[in-house]
Ligand binder design. Structure first.
Ligand SMILES: NC(=O)c1ccc[n+]([C@@H]2O[C@H](COP(=O)([O-])OP(=O)(O)OC[C@H]3O[C@@H](n4cnc5c(N)ncnc54)[C@H](O)[C@@H]3O)[C@@H](O)[C@H]2O)c1
Length: 249
């Protein structure tokens, strides 16, 4: 059991076919007590209950400082510690540059980038005090290759911002034995991508993937497990590509 005795909070983890939910189930199977945080309270509670006993579902908007602080306070009250934070919540919009309005920009950057900062700010004091912790941030291949598959340029910018934020936090928090790493998934088959990709487009994309398939949520969950656990004890500030070879750099 790679996460026995660990307490792990995963944001955006209520979505049934999502990366966050697969990560939650993988962590629970490895002995972690998991907190599923998402916008809707009953969805978060149901998702937590689906993992078995001893897990917690919490409602919070990661882009709201008060709600982020309150959610982590509830975790500490309930479990007494926090070992792993997975900043997974994110939204995308398939817009072209000239179509991005201020409200679109705010929505997309607020969830991925501000949300990653606010949730990390809430978690870090506890991890610092424990002198241990692992923060995993969900970026995207879109940040590295300049989008072009799914999200608009503001999504690429948000996810590139996540990489910079994670690297800078890694440098700052290393002396406290708090590790911060990112995952850059390629095209993963979830609700974000599910209904929206026509068959023809899907085939064209798969032709450009050396491993010959879209990724699964489990592929990303396995990478998150590695970064959350002590298997990656000497890794901080890295970006782990989970993209089937779609981008090799
Ligand atoms: N699916 C892909 O191909 C892909 C590729 C690269 C990166 N990603 C990233 O992986 C992460 C998970 O994506 P997914 O495909 O599982 O998406 P998903 O839509 O299945 O899950 C996202 C979850 O985030 C929650 N959420 C949205 N805004 C929130 C907020 N303000 N506060 C709290 N929760 C919020 C949603 O309710 C949802 O449950 C996202 O950050 C996404 O950008 C996905």
């Amino acid at each position: 059991m790679l996460l026995q005795g660990k307490v792990a909070l995963i944001t955006g983890a209520a979505s049934a076919r999502g990366i966050g939910r697969a990560t939650a189930a993988t962590f629970a199977a490895q002995g972690a007590r998991v907190i599923i945080l998402d916008l809707d309270e009953s969805a978060a509670r149901d998702a937590a209950a689906s993992l078995g006993d001893g897990h917690l579902g919490l409602a919070a908007n990661v882009a709201d400082e008060g709600q982020a602080q309150q959610a982590v306070a509830r975790v500490i009250e309930h479990f007494g510690r926090l070992d792993v934070l997975v900043n997974n919540a994110g939204i995308t919009q398939p817009l072209k540059t000239l179509d991005i309005r201020g409200g679109d920009y705010d929505k997309v950057l607020d969830v991925s980038l501000r949300g990653t900062l606010l949730m990390s700010q809430a978690a870090i004091p506890h991890m610092r005090e424990q002198k241990s912790g692992s923060i995993v941030c969900m970026s995207s291949v879109s940040a590295q290759r300049g989008g072009g598959i799914f999200g608009g340029p503001h999504y690429s910018a948000a996810k590139a911002g996540v990489l910079g934020l994670a690297k800078a936090m890694a440098r700052e928090l290393g002396p406290d034995q708090v590790r911060v790493n990112s995952i850059a998934p390629g095209l993963i088959h979830t609700d974000i991508t599910g209904g929206l990709l026509q068959d023809e487009r899907r085939h064209a994309i798969i032709e450009g993937i050396p491993l010959g398939r879209l990724g699964s949520a489990q592929d990303v969950a396995n990478a998150a497990l590695f970064l959350a656990s002590d298997l990656s004890s000497y890794l901080t500030g890295i970006t782990l590509d989970v993209n089937g070879g779609m981008l090799i750099h």
